[in-house]
Design a protein around this ligand. Structure first.
Ligand code: ZN
Length: 471
């Protein structure tokens, strides 16, 4: 059945020569004992990615390389190339250390692995880590990252992720520098100049992105002394949301940022509302007391701040805004605007606006002239700035009586729906009057809203002066 093969003697001789050749050449490479295999598995966690694992064992070294591969060759190519470079460097070192490796009781080792991080179902960052040991006290580690867009079959660059204008980049660099500065383990090891240098050129950054963090990777010795090892900085994506391009925000499926306006029920045109106003602050002792009481009653109020005070107490000014209250403009220095020239009036109002905005983040929408003092110039300038002049219909006279029960009495007697109540957040008796006053007005069915809310309820748009209703 079988034809007996008769090898011509020249063929046998050829095989013999080839055998000797392989024996000699592999004597250097010890591949006689080499054992090599490749496995591909498909992890379900990362659709579109397969994991190819290659291991090799020779007398002088072992290697294990685990590479995620895609169906898309131009995505695989740069990853393969990087791996080939690592492998080539490693084999060169093995060759150079041949004598040591042959005589010692150890083998050199190369390990390359990649950790996928999900940006979305079609976008992943692959963080490659290569570790090689070819003798000496320590091994060498190297990091490389690739972000792949499977849907568009392209590599994602940093410029696809972030707005790359100078301001955004500066913000990002500052955040990274601050995070690194906070790492205790880097104390005494960090080289600031190397860090600046590394951050200078974003196209060389090694970075990854996930639903949680933007991470930046540095190789050993890149920005810190060897003792510090490789450095990794994580920045939560919520913190850099404004720096991210829209397309990436969509990939990450980030929840919409919470609206700065607290969710409130729409106002009822026939509702029983009252606008409490507090002038001349913010005051370091009294304003916090008033904020506390308002919070307990879920009451919103309007604080007519002086620009100079807001500049002095910015944290308080921003707390007022954060707690949902309105901030109005009460001039910069509590000047009697009716005694000033046009230029000075404008300066008092504009400076206050700028300082309040800087301190609190809120741009005042209305003005309360100090002492209620106005003239045609004041009205004209306020009109040009589209900021209505807000007076009051109930004067608590808190500055005069400095007495909690007197304040309560006046306000209780005069408040009607639509009133604007004048008070000051610089006198302690005002704060003392509030708990009982608020409880009383609540029992009468009042709700406490801001001046702008009250204005929004008027039938006609308010452009000039506005006093609120009197009894
Ligand atoms: Zn005042």
């Amino acid at each position: 059945m079988f034809k007996r093969l008769k090898w011509p003697s020249w063929a046998v001789f050829c095989l013999f020569i080839m055998g000797i050749y392989f024996f000699i050449s592999s004597g250097a490479d010890t591949s006689l004992q080499a054992f090599s295999r490749t496995e591909t598995t498909s992890p379900a966690a990362f659709p579109g990615l397969n994991l190819e694992t290659r291991t090799k064992e020779t007398k002088s070294y072992t290697l294990a390389i685990s590479t995620p591969i895609t169906e898309i060759e131009n995505l695989n190519k740069p990853m393969k190339e990087w791996i080939q470079i690592q492998e080539k460097d490693f084999l060169e070192l093995v060759k150079a250390n041949r004598q040591v490796l042959d005589s010692e009781e150890f083998r050199a080792h190369l390990n390359i692995k990649a950790e996928p991080k999900k940006v979305s179902d079609t976008m992943y960052t692959l963080v490659f880590e290569a570790y090689q040991y070819t003798g000496g006290a320590n091994g060498q580690a190297a990091v490389k990252t690739f972000t792949i867009d499977l849907a568009n079959q392209k590599m994602v660059q940093l410029a696809d992720v972030f707005h790359m204008d100078e301001e955004s980049l500066t913000t990002l660099r500052t955040m990274i520098t601050n995070q690194i500065g906070q790492k205790e383990e880097l104390q005494n090891y960090l080289f600031d100049d190397l860090l600046d240098e590394a951050l200078e050129n974003p196209s060389s950054w090694k970075w990854s992105l996930s639903g949680k963090n933007f991470t930046l990777y540095f190789n050993e010795y890149e920005i810190a002394a060897g003792a510090a090892g490789a450095v990794k900085v994580k920045i939560p994506v919520e913190q850099i949301r404004s720096l991210l391009k829209d397309e990436i925000v969509q990939h990450l499926k980030l929840p919409e940022p919470e609206a700065s306006e607290p969710e409130t029920a729409p106002l009822d045109p026939n509702g029983k509302y009252i606008a409490l106003t507090f002038d001349d602050g913010p005051h370091p002792k009294v304003t916090p007391l008033i904020l506390d009481i308002l919070k307990k009653h879920n009451a919103k109020a309007t604080f007519y701040m002086l620009g100079s005070q807001a500049q002095f107490y910015p944290a308080l000014a921003s707390q007022v805004a954060e707690e949902g209250h309105e901030i109005g403009n009460h001039s910069d220095s509590h000047a009697d605007l009716s005694s000033l020239g046009e230029k000075e009036i404008r300066k008092e109002m504009e400076e206050a606006s700028t300082k309040i905005k800087e301190a609190s983040g809120q741009l005042p929408a209305t003005v309360r002239p100090p002492y209620g003092a106005m003239n045609e110039d004041v009205k004209k300038i306020a009109g040009m700035a589209h900021t209505p002049l807000i007076l009051w219909s109930v004067d608590s006279l808190d500055w005069k009586t400095l007495n909690a029960s007197a304040i309560q009495k006046i306000v209780k007697a005069n408040a009607v729906p639509g009133s604007i109540v004048l008070m000051h957040d610089i006198h302690k008796p005002t704060a003392e009057a509030l708990p009982d006053l608020l409880t009383h007005l609540e029992k009468e069915g009042y709700e406490f809203i801001t001046v702008s809310q009250l204005l929004s309820l008027q039938e006609q748009e308010v452009t000039g002066t506005f006093f609120g209703k009197r009894s």
